[in-house]
Ligand binder design. Structure first.
Ligand code: FES
Ligand code: FES
Length: 174
């Protein structure tokens, strides 16, 4: 089996019924998709499969053979954050960060499909994503800001000293 993950084609050696989540985390070492409930209920494992937000814990890797997979590591880089990553940073939409990868992917897909800044639409999009920390208001604020183009420089948060950012994998505590 083969997957294109964040633009790089990878051969997959896991057994065909292995959940995509485990293939990403354990075989490929991509840790932004989180193993939360592992039953499809929390959204922490959400990734893009051919541009659609899907729960990686529920997908056998054989069912997505040949697909393009995008995780948070593929949304942007520290020096070039995506719009939704910038908005999350500017609106303090992440606390512990465990839900953040799934939220970012779902929100990114929402925006890519022309989602508006209307709060009820955003709530509906994120309704299957559980956060223990933020109370959701800041997350919805961030998505609304990204939808409305209300973000400032995507490089604003980088250190001004010329030192490398300590965050090597944005949004992805292991
Ligand atoms: S870990 Fe996949 S939905 Fe919770
Ligand atoms: S930021 Fe902690 S679970 Fe959402």
């Amino acid at each position: 089996m083969r997957l294109t993950v964040n633009g790089i084609e990878r051969g997959i050696e896991s057994a065909p019924l292995t959940p995509l989540l485990y293939v990403l985390r354990e075989e490929l070492g991509i840790t932004s998709p989180k193993a939360g409930c592992q039953q499809g209920g929390c959204g922490a494992c959400t990734v893009l499969v051919d541009g659609e937000a899907r729960r990686a814990c529920l997908l056998a890797v054989a069912a997505v053979d040949g697909a393009e997979i995008t995780t948070v590591e593929g949304l942007g880089a520290p020096e070039a954050l995506s719009a939704i990553q910038t908005a999350f940073h500017e609106h303090y939409a992440a606390q512990c960060g465990f839900c953040t990868s799934g939220m970012l992917i779902a929100a990114h897909a929402y925006l890519e499909h022309g989602g508006s800044g209307e709060r009820e639409s955003i709530q509906e999009t994120l309704s299957g994503h559980v956060c223990r920390c933020t109370g959701y208001v800041k997350i919805i604020d961030a998505v609304a800001a990204a939808a409305g183009g209300e973000i400032t420089s995507r490089q604003k948060w980088l250190p001004q000293t010329g030192e490398e950012s300590p965050v090597e994998v944005p949004g992805a505590p292991a």
